[in-house]
Design a protein around this ligand. Structure first.
Ligand SMILES: C[S@@+](CC[C@H](N)C(=O)[O-])C[C@H]1O[C@@H](n2cnc3c(N)ncnc32)[C@H](O)[C@@H]1O
Length: 361
């Protein structure tokens, strides 16, 4: 991978509330999920800071939310990849105080073309709808902030070791990356296989897709899904094993991943498998991370990054930080990294942790 930016040491946030000529203004995309949308500008500002290395603050122009960043050289490719950026403008001189501006001079906005990072149609990720699906915009954010910390040489494959029906995997495909997954729920993997076959056939994209049994030493270990598809941006591969994520290293053998990106079970509705009541599910969700993180760390290439989201009501950030450190990973934990926690519902406060495997180990 060559897209790593240095650990965020964002420049100064715009000092003035009123945008000045030359400042950047990013129009935020409306988020599908209301609860997430209310917190989206704060998360977008953190994602901006982490992935562009410059600071941005929330701003309202004519009642519409934007991110506002001071005039500076800007990595337009990184802005084009932001999960919540609908369009980028550069501020011009104030438009004056005509009747539309109601006496308050707003800046004129000059549209700036952004490189389109997508290597396929968004509907690849947005068509599937099911209980337990991770919000697509949030998945892009998680993928983005994780990939921004990867220094391992490419080409990268993204592993989601709790992949469900594949939101992370298909988002990785749209970023032009290959994908791999592990999922305990066989029906979820079968649903992903059926969806991909239908989607690729309907879009007339050349592909192969097969679900086959996995056997080692005469024993059945579950199934694997292998897909290869010619997407508009190039040929993409995907491999998913059914099974327990704590066996992920055994399932993938010697393969190392530049990025591991996952939305962990929240311990409530989509709890880890062995809980009977809410309290024991809480413990098992945290226990799953304690047992799985060392396994995932062993699958990271030097210079690779693990990005995960989890429910802080089952495991506080400090507890997760200890688990990551014990696994030999360096947690990104300063500045905007502390601004990614958000409420999902009354029983889930989700946060994001990105930790890297040092390039020298
Ligand atoms: C929050 S969901 C991820 C959803 C996924 N991002 C999607 O959009 O489809 C967590 C997933 O972890 C799976 N899971 C829970 N415990 C597991 C385990 N021990 N091994 C493998 N998968 C597990 C669940 O079945 C669930 O699909």
């Amino acid at each position: 991978m060559t897209e790593a930016t240095p650990t965020a040491g964002p420049a100064v946030a715009p000092e003035q509330a009123q945008p000045q000529p030359g400042d950047w203004l990013c129009l935020l995309a409306p988020a599908a999920n209301r609860v997430y949308a209310d917190q989206a500008p704060r998360l977008a500002a953190a994602e901006w800071a982490i992935t562009t290395g410059t600071a941005a603050a929330e701003a309202s122009i004519a009642g519409v939310p934007y991110l506002h960043a001071a005039a500076s050289e800007l990595d337009l490719a990184a802005v084009g990849r932001l999960s919540a950026c609908l369009a980028l403008f550069q501020a011009g001189p104030p438009a004056g105080s005509g009747p539309l501006a109601a006496g308050r001079p707003e800046p004129t906005l000059v549209p700036v073309a952004l490189p389109d990072p997508r290597q396929g149609d968004d509907d690849l990720v947005t068509i599937p709808k099911y209980a337990g699906k991770t919000n697509e915009q949030f998945t892009r954010l998680l993928l983005n902030v994780t990939l921004s910390q990867v220094t391992a040489p490419g080409p990268a494959t993204v592993l989601d070791p709790l992949c469900g029906r594949g939101t992370t995997l298909l988002s990785a495909w749209l970023r032009g990356l290959d994908a791999a997954g592990v999922e305990a729920d066989v029906k979820a993997v079968e649903a992903l296989a059926a969806y991909l076959k239908t989607y690729l056939r309907r879009k007339r994209l050349k592909h192969s897709a097969a679900v086959s049994p996995v056997r080692r030493e005469g024993r059945s270990l579950g199934k694997r899904l292998d897909v290869e598809a010619a997407l508009p941006g190039g040929t993409r591969q995907l491999t998913v094993f059914t099974g327990d994520t704590r066996r992920s290293a055994a399932l993938f053998g010697k393969k190392r991943f530049a990025a591991i990106v996952t939305d962990a079970p929240y311990g409530i509705v989509h709890g880890a498998r062995d809980g009977r009541n809410a309290a024991s599910r809480d413990r098992s969700a945290a226990q799953l991370l304690r047992e799985a993180i060392p396994v995932w760390a062993s699958q990271l290439a030097p210079g690779g990054a693990l990005g995960l989201s989890w429910n802080t009501l089952t495991l506080p950030r400090a507890g997760l930080a200890e688990i990551l450190a014990y696994a030999g990973l360096e947690l990104r934990d300063d500045g905007p990294w502390r601004d990614l926690a958000h409420r999902v519902d009354s029983s889930v406060v989700r946060d994001v942790a990105v930790a890297v495997r040092p390039a020298q180990t």
